[in-house]
Structure formats: C-alpha cells, structure tokens
Design a protein around this ligand. Structure first.
Ligand code: SF4
Length: 469
C-alpha cells in the first residue's frame, strides 16, 4: 500500500478483501476493548479519574511554554542536555550529531511513535549506523521490513503464524507457534545487542515538569534496558507530552494503562532524569532530551489544540468500527484511527489527508473510550468543514445535503420525500428486506453493505391511525 493518507479509500477497500488481516485486527482489537471495559468497571470513580486526568493535560497545554521551560530547567539541573527540534529533519540531525560526538556505531531503540514520525531509523542507517528495535512488536516489524499499524500494538495486523515463519527464516529458530518460544527466541537475539550498544534511543510517555522526570511505560522492560545499559541515552519526546506535576502523572498513568490494555498498571514504569550519578550502579554517561515540535505549536495555537491532550493509549483505534475493518496502514501515515484522522491532516496538511476526516461514522465510540475525553467526533466534523472551505467538496453530496436540509425544514416536503423513498426502496428491494444495489452515485453505499428498505408506514402515519383508532 502507498504511504499516503490520500489513498485511504483504495487502501481500505483492499484491506476489506484481506481475510487474514480482518481476522488479525478483529481479534487484536476485541481483546483490548474487553480489557479496557473490565478495567474501567473495576475502577472506583473511574469517571472522576478521567476528568482529573483530562484537567491535568489541559492545564499543562494551557501554559505550555512555561511548563516546558520548567521541565528544561529541572532536567538541566539533573545533568541532562536539553535540545529543541523545530521539525523532524532537525531532530534527526541532532541525534546524528550526538552519535558522531560520542563515536556511536550501534544504536538500540525503544518503541517510539515520535521517531516514526521523523523517520529516524532511515536517517541513522543512511549515516552508516546499526539500528535495532527492541520492543518485540517493533523488532518483528523491523525483521519483516514492515511498519506499525497501531500506536500501541504495532503488530496488530500480523498473525502468530506469520511471526513463526519470519523467526524461522530470519532468526533460524525451529518453527513454533508458541508465544513463549517466540518471545524466548527474540530475547536471546536481543540480549547480547543490549550489552553491545553504544546509544539507546527511547521516547517518553510523560515528561514531568516540576521534577524534571521522563517516564516510559512498558510491559517488556526494554525501555529500561535501552536507557540504562548504553553509555549514551537520547530521549525524543513531543512537546505535548509534558505534564505539570507528579500528581498529574500519577492520575494519567493509571488511565493510560487501563485504556491501553485493561491493566491497573503496566509491568514497568521507568522514571529517569539524567545521566548516572557517582555511585549509581548503572545508567548512561550522557543523557540528552530532544523536545520535538514538528507542527505541534501550530496546532496548539489553533482550534484543534485539544488533540494535543492525547496520551496515545490507542483506545479510540480499538473501538473505532472504521479502524477495526480498514486497519492502521490504510490511513497512510504514522498515526491511524480516529485520533490519526485528526492529527494527520493537521500535521501533513489537510489537502494531503483529505479522506481521513470523513473516515468516521461519527458514532462517538472513540470519545466514549478516550481516557482524557477528547472531543474527537466534533473535531472530525470541524475538519470536514475546513475541507469544504478549501474547496474540497463533492457537488453531488452537497446537493443531496441541501435537498435533505430543505426537506427537514418543511413538513410537506418531509412527508413527500418520505413517501417517495418508501416507494423507491420497496420497488428496489422487491421481496427482500434490504436493497442490494442502489442506482447511480448512491451505488457506492451498497458496494460493501445492504440498504434497509423503508418501513411501509411512516411514524406520522402510524400516529394518525392510532389517534383515529
Ligand atoms: S485520542 Fe484518546 S483514546 Fe485516542 S489515543 Fe489519544 S488518548 Fe487514547
């Protein structure tokens, strides 16, 4: 599939025909959805916790420049070197400069969507560095020359059988479907590389300003290995990841792990502030933090600033009926699902991601699942408005909506159009309950689903009959 968001419809159509992909995504997302629902049901005052987490994120965004400066001051006081990157290119250049300065040859990486955004791996490899992903999912994708399709579960589109074949081919292991055997093979391969690496690169889930602390939340512990074993550690973090206080972090981490995988807390919550101090048993000699903007300041200054409150839990993807069928690759860039349909047009330009704001039924499942209550459907609607303002509107759709709007405002037109639609669907459906092929441009509706025939009598008719009776 092409890596462009404008190919969404074509990519989604192909994905719908891919039964293996459909099975993989359905089982992966269903597991996470059920886990989240159970974890939230078990949580006392889950809604209060959600409101508290949301308030913490919005407060940090409200005074973002001040909170970022506080973070920088406190990190610097711990001995970290804080650098600012305006865009992905500058970020990659800074990482390369650090690598050259410290004579780095081997790099290990923890899972980081922000470095997917800057295409860091390709930049490092072009410069002759050896780069190894250490998150199990990312490691599988690197071996398969594939890319993540989910912000938390990067291999949700991959089946266990595919991993079996991949590991047999690339790691030389005896073919096995057993998850423990597969994990063991990956661990054996990675263990020595952890010890040999010169530089570790990770993202951070949260940056706590009041203490100058960065937090990595994982279930594998690879983030801790990447940040404590190599002599140089670089953390690349988007500026929206900052929170003001440890208390805010405490609330948000609980929401993140519940929303992501239904866990009260993940296996590893790793906190770091700077290089190893004298007497520390481990930790890097040099510790760098790159605060990446890459379009975030522009978003922050506009009407979509709330989208920066996203804590990248993936719950909106798991709950979205469009994501569940189209899969993440169809969205054409790093971020997929409902939040990707907002972030991608904002970061890549709305004309470069025109189908995405429309890739939603606006059912609201995303907002209901979001642990920080981001108004996703509302933002998608506003992006659709922006598209129309940019001249991107379908004349047939616009005429249809105008006609519908006129019918809704006139009782006579409403009744007449209802009668016409009832008659038309009854003729088209014949004996069946649904219409399988609508004519003309309406046919795209029935390409992948049926259209229910209208009821024989309208509500108004039934009401009148009831009153007469
Ligand atoms: S928008 Fe909400 S649900 Fe979606 S990834 Fe972000 S925090 Fe999670």
């Amino acid at each position: 599939m092409d890596n462009t968001a404008n190919d969404f419809i074509r990519n989604a159509t192909l994905a719908l025909q891919d039964t293996r992909l459909q099975t993989a995504i359905r089982s992966g997302t269903r597991r996470e959805v059920n886990g989240r629902i159970a974890a939230m049901a078990e949580t006392t005052d889950a809604n209060a916790l959600r409101q508290q987490g949301r308030a913490g994120k919005l407060r940090a965004l409200h005074s973002l420049p001040d909170v970022l400066e506080l973070l920088e001051r406190n990190l610097t006081a711990h001995g970290a070197r804080v650098l600012w990157a305006a865009d992905g290119e500058e970020c990659n250049r800074l990482v390369l400069d650090i690598a050259r300065q410290h004579a780095v040859r081997r790099v290990i990486k923890g899972k980081s969507m922000v470095t997917e955004e800057t295409a860091l791996n390709a930049a490092l490899e072009r410069a002759g560095l050896e780069v190894l992903e250490t998150d199990l999912g990312e490691f599988i994708l690197q071996l398969a020359h594939d890319r993540p399709s989910h912000i938390v579960a990067p291999t949700v589109h991959v089946t266990r059988q595919q991993v079996r074949d991949l590991f047999a081919e690339r790691l030389g292991m005896e073919p096995s479907d057993d998850p423990s055997a597969l994990t063991h093979a990956a661990r054996l391969f990675l263990r020595q590389r952890f010890l040999e690496a010169d530089m570790g690169i990770t993202g951070a889930n949260f940056a706590i300003a009041e203490t100058g602390t960065l937090a990595i939340i994982t279930n594998e512990g690879n983030g801790r290995m990447c940040s404590s074993l190599p002599r140089v550690h670089v953390v690349v973090v988007g500026i929206e990841k900052v929170v003001e206080t440890v208390e805010d972090f405490g609330t948000l981490v609980q929401m993140l792990t519940r929303a992501t995988a239904g866990q009260k807390l993940s296996s590893y919550v790793h906190l770091m502030s700077g290089p190893a101090r004298p007497g520390d048993p481990d930790g890097p000699d040099a510790f760098y933090v790159i605060l990446l903007d890459n379009g975030r300041s522009t978003i922050h200054a506009g009407e979509y600033a709330e989208s920066l409150a996203c804590i990248r839990c993936g719950a909106c993807l798991n709950n979205c009926p469009v994501y569940q069928r189209a899969g993440g690759h169809a969205y054409g860039w790093v971020y997929s699902g409902p939040i990707g349909s907002i972030i991608t047009p904002l970061m890549q330009g709305i004309r470069n991601a025109a189908p995405l704001p429309n890739a939603s039924s606006l059912c609201g499942a995303c907002q209901e699942a979001c642990p920080v209550g981001i108004h996703i459907p509302d933002m998608l609607l506003r992006l659709r408005r922006d598209l129309v303002r940019e001249g991107d509107s379908d004349p047939a759709l616009a005429a249809g909506i105008k006609g519908w709007s006129a019918a809704m405002q006139s009782p006579l037109l409403y009744e007449l159009s209802g009668k016409a639609a009832r008659l038309a669907t009854q003729i088209a459906a014949g004996e069946a309950d649904t219409v399988q092929h609508l004519p003309g441009p309406l046919g795209s509706w029935t390409r992948n689903r049926d259209f229910p025939r209208f009821a024989a009598k309208s509500f108004h008719q039934l009401w009148r009959e009831r009153k007469r009776g």
